[in-house]
Design a protein around this ligand. Structure first.
Ligand code: ADP
Length: 171
């Protein structure tokens, strides 16, 4: 059975098969976790991203990790929060599902996600965590190469939210 983990910290430090980036649709870098990943991965990353011609919201694309300890980066574009009635939950779930599909297609085993859309894009953290955990859990019900999914929470608030949801599911 694949396992779910929660850690608090900087996703760029993780030596997993793939880390997911909360990218914007240009894929050319931005603030938040995207900026941290570009800084840690090095200038090769933006060259690789230029070849990808951007990415739609809810979709994901793969590059190498370059100077990161992670082998690959899966760049997923989360929705901007616009009140919740603009398909945000489906688009956010799609980010997690598409990232896992790409990881599975490359027979990767260990993948780590940031809390997509909960920074600059303004998605309420508790609702985003519910969507993330539900989408990942549903994906892992089917046979897959993925053995371990880590939710990397940058802030204590997100960490507590994730811990509470997972604890309530295990009861
Ligand atoms: P978005 O535009 O999708 O909201 P952000 O990068 O602004 O993306 O934020 C997404 C989440 O990533 C936020 O919860 C933010 O606190 C977190 N974050 C920022 N830097 C890092 C990092 N180095 N490692 C992991 N998570 C990070």
């Amino acid at each position: 059975m694949p396992t779910l983990h929660i850690v608090q910290g900087d996703i760029t430090k993780l030596a997993v098969d793939a880390i997911v980036n909360a990218a914007n649709s240009s894929l050319l870098g931005g603030g938040g976790v995207d900026g941290a990943i570009h800084r840690a991965s090095g200038p090769e990353l933006v060259f690789a991203c230029r070849m990808l011609n951007g990415c739609k919201t809810g979709e994901a694309k793969l590059t190498k990790g370059f100077r990161l300890p992670a082998t690959y980066i899966i760049h997923a574009v989360g929705p901007v929060w616009r009140g919740g009635a603009h398909g945000e939950a489906d688009l956010l779930a799609s980010c997690y599902r598409r990232s896992l599909e790409i990881a599975d297609a490359h027979t990767l085993q260990r993948i780590a996600f940031p809390n997509i859309s909960t920074g600059i894009y303004g998605y309420p953290k508790d609702q985003a965590a519910e969507v993330a955990i539900a989408a990942v859990s549903r994906f892992l019900e089917k046979p897959t190469s993925i053995q371990e999914v880590t939710f990397v929470c940058f802030d204590a608030e997100n960490r507590t939210i994730y811990e509470q949801i997972l604890q309530s599911q295990n009861q």
